[in-house]
Write a protein that binds this ligand. Sequence first.
Ligand code: SAM
Length: 268
Amino acid sequence: MNKLAYLAKFLVYSMSNPKKGREVINSKLQNMEDSLTNLYDYGSTKSSLEDTMNKLFDTQSISISEAKNNTEHIRDHISNFFDKLKHENYPSKKKPYPTEYSLDDNSGLFLYILCKTIKPEKIIETGVAYGLSSMYILQALKENNKGILYSIDSIFSPWQSKEMIGRVIPDELKIRWEFVFGSSSEKLKNILSQLNEIDIFFHDSLHTYKNMMFEFETAWPFITKNGFLISDDIRDNNAFYDFTKKINKNPFILAQKENSFFGLINKN
Ligand SMILES: C[S@@+](CC[C@H](N)C(=O)[O-])C[C@H]1O[C@@H](n2cnc3c(N)ncnc32)[C@H](O)[C@@H]1O
């Protein structure tokens, strides 16, 4: 879709969904504002998956090679899913999210191993898209026979639809999944107060400074002692860095592909 067609489609959508239209325009303006700041360089603090796990835990309930074996079918399933989308145009109803938008394999493995190790009861994630991160978490919850994942996402453009959110997640994993339809600014506070406390908060929704800081500050008081706050794409702006300074915590930085980083804070 060329830029003009994209804009025309978006304008028509905004006329019938003015609130969503305003949200999207605001987020684009925030992205522009964020792009003017000097970004903190995580390069010297990043660790491999193995080092991150060793720094976090004396003992893990599962080794990295075992985790890779246990989740191989997830990567096969995802790769088949993306193969089917290969010839679809982006953006379109059948391909509402770019495929490179999705979670890095290393981060997926991390989420799986973390859930196998700490056996969480309640997890909240913001930002589902096709559902890769959700799938890694739900696989671990299934094996633990414990825990619920609450995932927040909504429709922000004319080509997105409710049925495509979490589309890659197989039905058998949805038993431990509660999907919350709405933006994090509308839903996060409410769900946190219903749950009272959570073991893991995972941000992967709108990566603007304002939204990331809002989600971190809102979720942090509800995270249990020894629980985790996790964020994807911490290099999009300085919200994660500023938040760690605010709460005086040293984060763990997991290296991903292409100079992007996954940030973790252990609330101990
Ligand atoms: C990077 S993708 C998520 C990728 C996903 N975690 C995965 O592993 O495949 C970002 C998602 O955030 C959603 N999103 C954007 N703004 C949001 C907001 N304010 N609240 C909740 N979700 C939002 C988008 O609809 C999109 O599905």
